[in-house]
Design a protein around this ligand. Structure first.
Ligand code: ATP
Ligand code: MG
Length: 205
């Protein structure tokens, strides 16, 4: 520990401020003692929702735990995380859709795929050996009324105590937000797509 004798007035004030700040942060960390399975909602129009969810899959696997990923809607569009993570031990990865409705033009089939996907997701949500369940783009299924809140919320609420759930997609329903412990709404300030750049491997896919 260096003394304060040789510090300038500005350095001394900085030290004082940061020490106070550290005390506040340390107190908050000490007060947060609970462990529990969390529900996270990653929503908003900005880029970074699904990639964040898949990042948590990697984190989970890093501790030798298991994860189940359900990609609703965008089954057709493959992402690099699937190529990598679905090959790792401890991961199950289900594609439960064939693209957005304007791509498939077959509403009945979209709904059937969404429902079949939800059936499988419910199994993961009842399995205490699964540490993390990712419900990627689930918000759309609710917003399009492919699935009702009455079907979706209870299996999430009644999941095993220590299981984490990450839900992604734009315009998350207020009831999903209310159920969640952590909610991030990613704002779209700029996106390269609007400047004419197509989806880039390793960034968008
Ligand atoms: P990512 O998978 O990159 O984390 P995301 O899950 O937040 O993105 P989605 O709405 O699911 O976003 O869209 C996925 C794809 O669309 C990605 O290729 C992403 O770069 C692109 N994208 C996301 N947000 C925007 C935006 N605001 N404008 C244009 N393209 C976007
Ligand atoms: Mg996404």
């Amino acid at each position: 520990m260096s003394g304060t004798d040789d510090l300038t007035e500005e350095e001394r004030r900085h030290k004082e401020r940061t020490l106070k700040h550290k005390a506040v942060v340390d107190a908050k960390i000490a007060a947060a003692k609970e462990d529990k399975g969390l529900v996270l909602v990653l929503t908003g129009n900005g880029k970074g929702k699904s990639s964040s969810a898949f990042g948590m899959v990697a984190r989970t696997l890093g501790y030798g735990r298991t994860a189940a990923v359900f990609q609703f809607i965008k089954g057709k569009e493959d992402v690099g995380e699937r190529a990598f993570l679905s090959r790792q031990p401890g991961v199950t990865w289900e594609n439960c859709g064939e693209g957005f409705t304007w791509e498939t033009q077959d509403l009945r089939r979209d709904i059937a795929m969404a429902r079949a996907g939800w059936e499988k997701a419910m199994q993961a949500l009842a399995d205490p050996t699964v540490s993390l369940v990712v419900l990627d783009e689930l918000t759309y299924l609710i917003n399009y009324r492919y699935l009702s809140l009455e079907e979706v919320l209870p299996p999430i609420r009644n999941r095993p105590e220590m299981q984490h759930v990450v839900i992604t997609g734009r315009a998350a329903h207020a009831d999903l937000v209310e159920l969640a412990d952590t909610v991030s709404a990613i704002r779209d300030e700029k996106h390269a797509f609007r400047a004419g750049v197509r989806a880039q491997v390793g960034i968008d896919l």
